[in-house]
Design a protein around this ligand. Structure first.
Ligand SMILES: NC(=O)C1=CN([C@@H]2O[C@H](COP(=O)(O)OP(=O)(O)OC[C@H]3O[C@@H](n4cnc5c(N)ncnc54)[C@H](O)[C@@H]3O)[C@@H](O)[C@H]2O)C=CC1
Ligand SMILES: O=C(O)C(=O)COP(=O)(O)O
Length: 612
């Protein structure tokens, strides 16, 4: 019998010392708790099987466990004693064996053929022979996006790449053509039920920094109370506002430090309507049960295009010529002005932005070298160089596209500027901390560097206005007086296209999290998702229990949930925080408070949410 893992898309990135077993009940539904209790007959201190996921339909609950390797035999024996369970492991037919789970490959057609549960096999598979491009239909319709208000799919590749499609990790939402939801769960076909938190009347949302209106509308349409401000807030005002809200939306300016977040007693989720998340204390947020979402890709093209414009503008001294003419001076010169064709662009950080820039620049005749801490596949004829020193010595233009981290602080300092070619150019559209600006000023004044473009600064104003002065950064005057330097007010991602895409993407993530508890795409929490509850399930309740990642929690939680049928459940951990989501049935409204309170009373609790 083939492994159910292959079909139900249980994650396979286990630690080396952990193994996995999947089990399927051979009789009608079993309470999840029965198997947990079984597990806890072992020494709970050393043996802590974590139920990774449970997927079920009306007949066949499937459980997926990870456990310490050294206890494998023990655990296996206990399963054999359990008459109701049969074990499913890769390659086993009659005699179950315990094996490492092979990497999941949902794109591999044989998995469909092998799956023993598939009642209605798809009639067509992609042809093994070459098909012309225009005939290829995507096999995967897209990830489950069963948000209550039927929002459209996100464009974020996070969902396409990181999260197996089709309502993965235990949820199955008919994402595969030819496999109808009905073969797995009658309820899948039902309309999604709009859930509401049992203990919160109105969801209050604070949106700062002029978040795009497309996103604002999505949140308002949910009936949330939305307060919208154009700028960021000073810390004391932020603390006052953040006390009351459940959701906050920010961009790159608002610093959500441990101090600020410690006042945010009702906050459940933060939306960074941008790429960078360095402005949020992610770890502290997770420790408080606050999920953080961003938009990892939506403005990368905008930044890459801005950079292209700046490379040409610097090479031709466009800023200076334009300023001169604005002031009435005709200054027609060619000295020190260059074509970019044939020049070498050095990209530091070959991620989403750096790699797009690489393609665009190459198409204009530049040679590309790049430096990254990761070994990455080169696009086009770009070439990765082993060290930053190699890049500094070899490039005519250097463009920075790294995140703000301790390692990237002052990555370009006096020493690095000295290593650059004479007459080369520096562009920084990443974060203000990456370049030592006084050192850059010195290098430009000395003629070592022929020009620079800066979009980001160590200190940036909270909103628009006449704030770019020495009060903000002590070297501002010097910078403003340099020749051939382009200064822009952090507009790399500020295009209509990027901002509306970000607005929609992040708002959708927030809505999914608030309404359904889904953490797909979260940057500080494990990614957990279950298919939506439907209108056919009026007495079902979704329990979300964010807890400390310590042994023994699941047994206790499921002892509490165990009076009800656990229809489906998933739990995963990231560092010290674990996230459990369970849909339980036959819950009377009067029982919800007790359920919530019982979970809240557990010492492992970080945050409990009950949606119904
Ligand atoms: N100016 C603006 O308006 C915008 C600025 N940004 C900034 O650009 C940064 C990069 O964005 P993406 O390309 O989307 O990020 P990304 O995460 O896709 O790529 C960053 C790359 O930098 C590499 N990297 C990290 N540390 C490094 C180090 N010490 N040395 C060399 N390489 C290192 C990573 O391995 C990765 O390949 C963001 O973190 C953000 O701070 C992003 C969007 C707009
Ligand atoms: O996306 C990012 O990381 C940016 O730097 C853009 O920030 P912004 O939304 O313009 O404040």
């Amino acid at each position: 019998m083939a492994s159910l893992n292959n079909f139900f898309s249980f994650d396979s990135d286990l630690d080396v010392n952990r193994r996995r077993v999947s089990a399927i009940s051979s009789s009608p539904p079993l309470l999840a708790s029965s198997i947990f209790r079984k597990s806890f007959t072992f020494s709970p201190r050393t043996f802590s099987p974590r139920v990774y996921s449970i997927a079920s339909d009306s007949a066949l609950p499937i459980f997926d466990y990870t456990y310490e390797d050294k206890f494998a035999e023990h655990f296996y024996d206990s399963f054999l004693l359990e008459q109701d369970f049969g074990l499913l492991s890769p390659g086993s037919e009659d005699t179950p064996t315990i094996n490492h789970t092979p990497p999941l490959n949902l794109y591999n057609p044989p998995y469909f053929n092998e799956n023993p549960l598939r009642a209605n096999p798809p009639t067509t598979y992609p042809s093994p022979t070459m098909t012309s491009a225009k005939d290829i239909k995507p096999r995967i319709a897209g990830p489950a996006r069963t948000v209550s208000n039927s929002l459209s799919l996100s464009t974020s590749p996070t969902f396409a790449f990181h999260s197996p499609p089709g309502g993965s990790r235990g949820s199955f939402s008919g994402g595969y053509p030819g496999v109808s939801g009905a073969s797995f769960s009658g309820s899948v076909s039902g309309a999604a039920k709009q859930l509401k938190p049992f203990d919160t009347k109105d969801i209050k949302v604070l949106l700062l920094e002029n978040v795009n209106l497309a996103g604002v509308e999505i949140l308002k349409n949910q009936g949330y109370q939305v307060e919208f401000l154009k700028s960021s807030l000073p810390e004391d005002e932020l603390i006052e506002k953040i006390r009351d809200v459940h959701v906050i939306g920010i961009r790159s300016k608002t610093k959500l430090t441990e101090r600020v977040l410690s006042y945010a007693k009702h906050l459940i989720v933060i939306g960074c309507f941008c790429i960078g998340t360095n402005q949020v204390d992610l770890q502290f947020a997770a420790s408080q049960g606050i999920a953080v979402f961003n938009s990892p890709f939506s403005n990368s093209r905008s930044v890459a295009e801005l950079t292209i414009g700046e490379i040409i503008a610097l090479a031709r001294q466009l800023g200076d010529r334009s300023n001169e003419l604005h002031n009435g001076t005709w200054n027609k010169v060619s000295k020190g002005c260059w074509e970019i064709r044939g020049k070498t662009l050095g990209i530091v950080g070959y991620g989403h932005i750096g790699s797009q820039l690489s393609v665009l620049a190459e198409s204009m005749g530049m040679s590309i070298i790049y430096y990254d801490i990761l070994n990455l596949m080169s696009l086009g004829t770009a070439r990765q160089v082993p060290t930053l020193d190699d890049l500094l010595a070899g490039a005519d233009f250097i463009s920075l596209h790294v995140p703000e981290t301790p390692e990237t602080k002052n990555m370009i300092d006096a020493k690095q500027l000295e290593q650059m070619k004479d007459g080369s150019y520096l562009l920084n559209n990443s974060r203000g901390s990456v370049v030592n600006i006084p050192a850059l000023i010195h290098a430009i004044k000395s003629g070592k560097i022929a020009g620079a473009a800066l979009d980001v600064y160590p200190n940036e104003p909270a909103g628009n206005g006449d704030y770019f002065t020495n009060d903000l950064n002590p070297w501002t005057d010097d910078l403003q007086n340099l020749k051939n330097i382009i200064l822009t007010p952090h507009i790399g991602g500020s295009t209509e296209e990027a901002q509306s895409a970000i607005g929609v993407e992040v708002s959708q993530s927030l809505v999914r999290y608030v309404n359904e508890g889904t953490t797909l795409g979260a940057v500080n929490m494990p990614e957990v998702n279950l298919r939506s509850l439907t209108l056919d399930e009026p007495n079902h309740v979704r329990v979300i229990y964010i807890h400390k990642n310590v042994p023994g929690v699941l047994g206790r939680v499921n002892a509490i949930l165990g009076d009800h049928n656990v229809d489906k459940q998933m739990t995963d951990s990231r560092g010290e925080v674990a996230y459990l989501m369970a849909d339980i049935s036959d819950v009377k409204e009067a029982e919800i408070k007790h359920l919530w309170q019982s979970l809240e009373d557990l010492s492992s609790r970080i945050r409990t949410r009950v949606l119904y």
